[in-house]
Design a protein around this ligand. Structure first.
Ligand SMILES: N[C@@H](CCC(=O)N[C@@H](CS)C(=O)NCC(=O)O)C(=O)O
Length: 219
């Protein structure tokens, strides 16, 4: 994989997942910012939709050794692909049950939480339905985080699944940042908060943080 380019947005949790995995695997990449709000959302331009018909970030592009241009969207597919192409350092356990557990915890965030707080969803709730989008997003974060806190009790060590970083941690850290943005109190989730602190000691997680990205805005 050469000339890796990641289209992302500094505080998009899905882009953040891909950044963590790329740093974790030691793959240098160019970061191309897609501003999700400016100009009505740069993800909706024709040029970007040609790369990602869902009009979402992230999208990863690269060139193969034989010159073939490749692209992939959906952060879970990106994580799975990077894990297959660059198995070490790993982001999945070797035991099949624990691998499934890591994916299960990741999907609780990916499928069960993030889609309910996505920018286009919250904007529609606010502008079309005239409802409180922050309360909506906070509700689904609390629902999901309570479930995650309960679920990790079975597997947690230093990280979500034992003492090795996995997809579950890659999904957890950006989600907790999102939950804070929606005003969620994280005290009821002590295991998740402890795991987040452990992850944030790692260089790959530090390099992927939103405020370290070139398109970061002051908050
Ligand atoms: N399932 C997708 C979710 C991608 C996604 O929802 N990205 C958000 C940012 S976190 C986005 O691009 N939102 C733009 C919009 O909703 O218009 C993935 O994991 O990559």
């Amino acid at each position: 994989m050469k000339n890796l380019k990641l289209h992302g947005y500094w505080r998009s949790s899905a882009s953040w997942r891909a950044r963590i995995a790329l740093h974790w695997k030691g793959l240098p990449f160019e970061y191309l910012a897609v501003h999700l709000l400016k100009d009505g959302g740069q993800q909706f331009t024709e040029a970007y939709r040609a790369k990602n018909p869902m009009a979402r970030v992230p999208t990863l592009e690269w060139t193969e050794a034989d010159g073939q241009a490749r692209k992939l969207s959906e952060s879970m597919a990106i994580l799975e692909y990077l894990e297959e192409r660059v198995p070490s350092p790993a982001l999945l356990p070797t035991d099949a049950y624990l691998r499934a557990k890591a994916r299960m915890l990741a999907e609780m965030v990916n499928a069960g939480m993030q889609p309910l707080q996505n920018t286009s969803v919250t904007l529609r709730i606010k502008n079309e339905l005239k409802a409180d989008e922050k309360a909506w997003a906070a509700h689904w974060n609390m629902h999901g985080l309570a479930a995650l806190e309960a679920a990790v009790q079975e597997t947690a060590g230093r990280y979500c699944v034992g003492d090795a970083v996995s997809f579950a941690d890659v999904l957890l850290v950006p989600q907790l940042y999102g939950a804070r943005r929606f005003g969620v109190d994280l005290k009821p989730y002590p295991t998740l908060s402890r795991i987040e602190a452990a992850c944030n000691e790692l260089p790959a997680f530090q390099a992927a943080q939103p405020d370290r990205q070139p398109d970061a805005q002051p908050v």
